[in-house]
Each structure stands twice: as structure tokens, then as C-alpha cells.
Design a protein around this ligand. Structure first.
Ligand SMILES: [Mg+2]
Length: 234
């Protein structure tokens, strides 16, 4: 077998993430509203502004999205709840709620069967910039490891996710790894840069927008196995 390890992105690769985050956010805000009254959440650009300012004072928030979320809640609640202990308790509860709801995803058709099948012949791992935990799901048993941005203190397309995945094994080179993900830069560019085989999960019929060559792609998980077999024979 030419390839030994296959790594996968999670959000928008195993499931559609936007509706899940929107619902998690809405439900958490509603819980907070009931708990402390109205909070001025502001627009998306206000939110991005707060995020930028926070990252300036605490650069680790760039990859620690859990703490980033808590810091944003802290800012929003600081003038509403003066007691710090009480405020922190509410923030921690709200965050746990968000995180639990953020895991209420619907896997794309065929993911489970493809992963189960691939696990018979390959090592499998997860490389995510998000904070979903694959081991919370039944499918988790097929994976050797999962690395998030928090784990490696950086985001794809930078090297640490990919390098850490390779370093899990003594006898696997970058050329023996396939990385599958939906993001043209974070997944495809990042993996390609290190000499890994990048495969583009393109279920939305998107145009390829990068200046480097379009990689092999698939749109339905039922087609994944066949593509991997082809790659092994090339
Ligand atoms: Mg993704």
C-alpha cells in the first residue's frame, strides 16, 4: 500500500457546520438572556472587532477558540454581573452548553461506512481547527488520534497539525499520508505544502480558486473508497 495514514478535517467535511453553530449560538444566547436579561451582542463586525482586540492582548486566543468564546462572554457580562465568581460560573455553564450543542451534528451520508472500511487498511486521524471531539461519537473508535488547534497551538494551513500527525508514527513519511478536507487553503494547501497527498472534499460544487493545481476531489462519501484505491494504484 502506497499510503499508510489518512487524516480528515471535521467541520464541513464530515458534516455541515453552519446550521449547528447558528443554533448553538442562538440557544446559548437565549439561556443567557433568561439568566441575566438582555445582552447587546452587536453585529458580526462588532464581534470580529472584539475578537481582534482580544487576540492582540492574548495571542493564544487565535487557536484557543474555547477561551476566546469565554472571553467574549466575559466582556458582554462584565457590566451586567459585578460579582466575578457568579459571572464566571454563568460563563462556564453557558460555554458547556454551547459546546454540547456544537456537537449536535448530522454526519453526511456515507461517512460512517467509508471510515469503517478505510480503518481496515489505514491508520486514521483527525486534524481540525475547530473544537469538535470525534471521540464523542460512535465513529470515533476508528481513529488513532485527533488533533485540534488547541492541541498543537496553531491553525491549519500552518504545519503543526500535519507534522504532529506524521510524528505519531515512526515509520510514516509525508508522502505516505493522504489528507482529506473541504478547505482549499487550510486543508489542501496546508497538506500539499508538506508533500502529503491532498484530497478535496467538494460537496457544494465549488470552483477551484487557487493558483496551484486542483487536487483529486469527491462530492459524496460513497465515492471516497474508490478514489483512495485509485490513488494507491497510481
Ligand atoms: Mg472544514
Amino acid at each position: 500500500m502506497k499510503y499508510k495514514l489518512i487524516t480528515f478535517d471535521l467541520d464541513d467535511t464530515f458534516w455541515d457546520i453552519a446550521p449547528v453553530i447558528i443554533k448553538a449560538e442562538r440557544d446559548t444566547r437565549e439561556w443567557l438572556r433568561q439568566k441575566v436579561g438582555n445582552i447587546e451582542w452587536g453585529s458580526m463586525s462588532d464581534f470580529m472587532g472584539i475578537r481582534e482586540d482580544l487576540i492582540k492582548t492574548m495571542p493564544s486566543l487565535e487557536w484557543d477558540i474555547g477561551l476566546l468564546r469565554k472571553e467574549i462572554y466575559k466582556q458582554k457580562l462584565k457590566d451586567i454581573i459585578s460579582d466575578e465568581a457568579e459571572r464566571n460560573e454563568i460563563i462556564n455553564t453557558a460555554y458547556s452548553m454551547f459546546l454540547e450543542k456544537r456537537h449536535q451534528v448530522v454526519f453526511y451520508d456515507g461517512v460512517y461506512d467509508a471510515i469503517k472500511d478505510l480503518s481496515k487498511n489505514y491508520h486514521l486521524g483527525i486534524l481540525t481547527n475547530g473544537n469538535a471531539d470525534i471521540f464523542k461519537y460512535k465513529i470515533g473508535k476508528y481513529f488513532d488520534f485527533s488533533l485540534s488547534s488547541f492541541d498543537v497551538k496553531d491553525n491549519k494551513p500552518n504545519k503543526p497539525h500535519f507534522v504532529s500527525a506524521k510524528n505519531k508514527y515512526n515509520d510514516i513519511s509525508f508522502q505516505e499520508i493522504i489528507h482529506i478536507g473541504d478547505h482549499q487553503v487550510n486543508d489542501v494547501f496546508g497538506a500539499h505544502e508538506l508533500g502529503m497527498k491532498a484530497v478535496w472534499f467538494n460537496n457544494r460544487n465549488k470552483e477551484w480558486e487557487q493558483s496551484f493545481g486542483k487536487p483529486d476531489e469527491f462530492a459524496y462519501w460513497k465515492d471516497c473508497i474508490k478514489l483512495i484505491e485509485e490513488l494507491n494504484e497510481r
